[in-house]
Write a protein that binds this ligand. Structure first.
Ligand code: GLN
Length: 194
């Protein structure tokens, strides 16, 4: 089982390290041919405009959309969540993969200097430390989207079938439980398609 981390821009190395600490084979995906090898994909934090633009011009974005529709498990953190969203309400013309039935607002928790850490109570995992850095806020979500964790009455960790997204960055903490949860989603799919 091989998990790819989209490495067009952003903090992809931290995700690779988190997966490796879990004993999972992980690698940086920079091309269409590398994308074909993955059983699961993480879209990291960074700048959603840069990641989106590169994904769009290289055709990687279009292929991600096809693979997601075939059931490939994908986890987007922060900028990755923005890219999974159907619409960015404050940048309606910005390119996204449009895969999840969520509308988001970019940088809605403030600027870089206003970054913060909080503990969230997550039904599936217990108490989880969450790091927010210029994070997107989910302002609307569809009925097929399950809320796994909220902060300040706003969903911040959500799942829609094979797609998982968080406003915050678990790869910047020592807590690997959300990555572990995603790895299980990938492992379950891997078993079922073998
Ligand atoms: N503010 C970034 C964006 O809008 C996301 C920040 C992050 O990924 N930490 O793309």
């Amino acid at each position: 089982m091989l998990i790819g981390v989209l490495a067009l821009q952003g903090d992809f190395r931290e995700h690779i390290w988190a997966l490796q600490r879990l004993g999972v084979e992980a690698f940086a995906v920079k091309s269409l041919s590398e994308l074909e090898k993955v059983d699961g994909l993480i879209i990291p934090g960074g700048e959603s405009t840069s990641i989106g633009r590169i994904a769009q011009v290289t055709g990687i974005g279009e292929r991600i959309v096809q693979l997601a529709k075939e059931g490939l498990p994908i986890y987007g953190t922060c900028a990755g969540m923005i890219l999974l969203a159907k619409k960015i309400v404050d940048h309606p013309n910005q390119y996204t993969f449009g895969l999840m039935d969520i509308n988001v607002q970019r940088n809605a928790y403030g600027r870089q200097i206003e970054s913060f850490e909080v503990y969230l109570d997550v039904a599936k995992f217990g108490r989880v430390k969450a790091v927010f850095i210029r994070a997107p806020k989910i302002v609307e979500l569809g009925k097929d989207v399950e809320v796994l964790a909220s902060y300040d009455n706003t969903p911040v960790l959500v799942q829609q079938a094979n797609l998982l997204a968080s406003s915050f960055h678990p790869e910047l903490t020592d807590d690997l439980r959300i990555h572990e949860y995603f790895v299980k989603m990938v492992a379950d799919r891997h078993e079922s398609v073998r």
